[in-house]
Ligand binder design. Structure first.
Ligand code: BES
Ligand code: MN
Ligand code: MN
Length: 461
């Protein structure tokens, strides 16, 4: 039976099995969900076993467990390693969801006329890693698996994969592979597939500004002592100049400038600024002078405040000067920028911005290297052939603004390249309220993956 016919015959079950795992709130950022992380790891293990893996295990790490599965048919054949993550982002702010985040519902949207599943993790990454499980099920039950396959599904991606380095270093032999296949990114649209050829790196820090040793009456002391919130916001404002360039000395030193030719090539990807603004209810866009919207997210580094707090934020008014103010700041990096170096540059500069009237503390969180992949590799070509066959048009290479730091780690430790075959859309609201994943995208993924295996093994010879 062809994969298409198999999907037609089994799609209701494929959807209901995905819905079952979407009900598990496997939130890695919040220790209160430890039990659900365990439950999700067990569900992943069971799904891999049912799909035909001949060995499956839940591997303990210093953090959340990693689910490993494999089907080795012949050690002489190539091995594909599938990576994904079963953890999800917190659902907050929950009041902005139209239906509860862990009670999946199917609804039609303009972009998804066949319906989309609404739930936290639907697209990032449960819906996407599960496509690989179902594709494996098809291949093993139809004698269509052309090579060996290994799965590594982790439970800490959304908190920066703190245990993955530990795990990969200890399991080099077990994880040995010819290519890594990941569906945890997006594509341009449901009629224009794309293959992600770049990911940005990341440096994430938290800053704390302390003024007086206690909260003060803003009348009795206001004007005479530093207000940490005033100071923090001034310091943050001075991290960008009038051209929206980052002012940290040395920040751009290692940034690779792209050639005019390459930029012209990238600009050919279909993009409507009007549609972009409309989708976000924006009257205008914003960013670094001299770069297009796509360039601003794909090839340029950025600095963004992700959260800021301090003082009184409850109902009504309270006249107070807070003792402390805080912010969480992320910097998205591009190839050759080193996250540790950038964290040091940030810290030095941020401390230098502080007046003598306050104290500043910078705490680094996680970081990771950027990644770029060539488009003339067998892996890229196999992915492109798969998309061309299932979508009827070739895929366009596209760099993404998001980060999957472990991709660079895999290249360093396992010496293998990753192919990023993502099927999500930017409008799928990952990390946001009302995250969803198109049924079309889910089923197209299941259809495309076996073709990648086929063409990859064919070309690898
Ligand atoms: N799957 C995303 C990354 C992504 C999404 C890349 C869409 C490209 C397109 C991943 O789960 C994620 O959210 N990564 C984090 C970084 C991580 C270290 C917390 C990110 O990009 O913020
Ligand atoms: Mn993800
Ligand atoms: Mn994510």
């Amino acid at each position: 039976m062809s994969v298409k016919n198999y999907i037609d015959a089994n799609q209701d079950r494929f959807i209901s099995e995905l819905i079952d795992i979407l009900k598990i709130p496997s939130i890695s950022a919040d220790a209160a969900y430890k039990g659900d992380i365990q439950k999700m790891a067990e569900a992943t293990q069971a799904a891999l076993k049912n799909a035909g893996c001949n060995h499956v295990e839940i591997c303990e790490t210093p953090g959340n467990p990693i689910v490993y599965g494999e089907k080795i048919i012949d050690p002489k054949l190539p091995t594909i390693l599938v990576y994904g993550h079963y953890d999800v982002q917190p659902a907050d702010p929950i009041e902005l969801w139209d239906s509860p985040a862990f009670e999946p519902v199917i609804k039609k949207t303009d972009i998804h006329p066949d319906g989309a599943i609404f739930a936290r993790g639907a697209c990032d990454d449960k819906g996407q890693f599960f496509m690989h499980v179902k594709a494996l099920e098809y291949m093993t039950t139809h004698d269509e698996l052309p090579c060996n396959v290994k799965f590594m599904i982790e439970g800490e991606e959304e908190i920066g994969s703190p245990s993955l380095n530990w795990y990969v270093k200890r399991n080099q032999e077990k994880l040995k592979n010819d290519i890594i296949l990941i569906s945890d990114t997006g594509m341009i649209s449901n009629t224009q597939p794309s293959i992600t050829t770049g990911l940005r790196g990341l440096s994430y820090v938290e800053v704390e500004v302390t003024g007086p040793n206690r909260d003060l009456h803003s009348g009795l002391y206001g004007g005479a002592v530093a207000n940490p919130i005033n100071i923090l916001t001034q310091m943050i404002a001075s991290l960008h100049d009038a051209e929206n360039r980052i002012t940290i000395p040395g920040f751009y030193d290692k940034v690779l400038e792209l050639s005019t030719e390459e930029r012209a090539e990238m600009a050919k990807a279909p993009f409507s600024l009007d549609a972009y603004k409309k989708a976000l209810d924006l009257t205008d866009i914003h960013g670094e002078t001299g770069y297009s919207t796509n360039e601003r997210t794909a090839i340029r580094p950025t600095l963004d405040v992700n959260g800021i707090w301090g003082g009184y934020t409850g109902e009504g008014a309270k006249t107070v000067i807070a003792s402390k103010a805080f912010a969480k700041i992320s910097m998205r990096l591009v190839p050759y920028q080193n996250p540790d170096e950038i964290t040091v540059l940030f810290t030095q500069y941020f401390e230098s911005l502080a007046p003598a009237s306050v104290r500043v503390k910078v705490t680094p969180h996680h970081g990771g290297d950027a990644y770029v992949t060539p488009i003339d590799s067998i892996g890229y070509k196999a992915a492109n052939r798969a998309y061309t066959e299932t979508f009827g048009v070739p895929a366009i290479p596209q760099r993404s603004g998001g980060s999957i730091p472990i991709v660079a780690l895999f290249e360093q430790e396992l010496k293998s390249k990753s192919i990023l075959m993502g099927f999500g859309l930017n409008s799928d609201a990952i990390h946001s309220p009302n995250e969803h994943y198109g049924i079309f995208n889910y089923l197209k993924g299941i259809e495309s993956i076996p073709l990648f295996y086929k063409y990859y093994v064919e070309m690898k010879g």
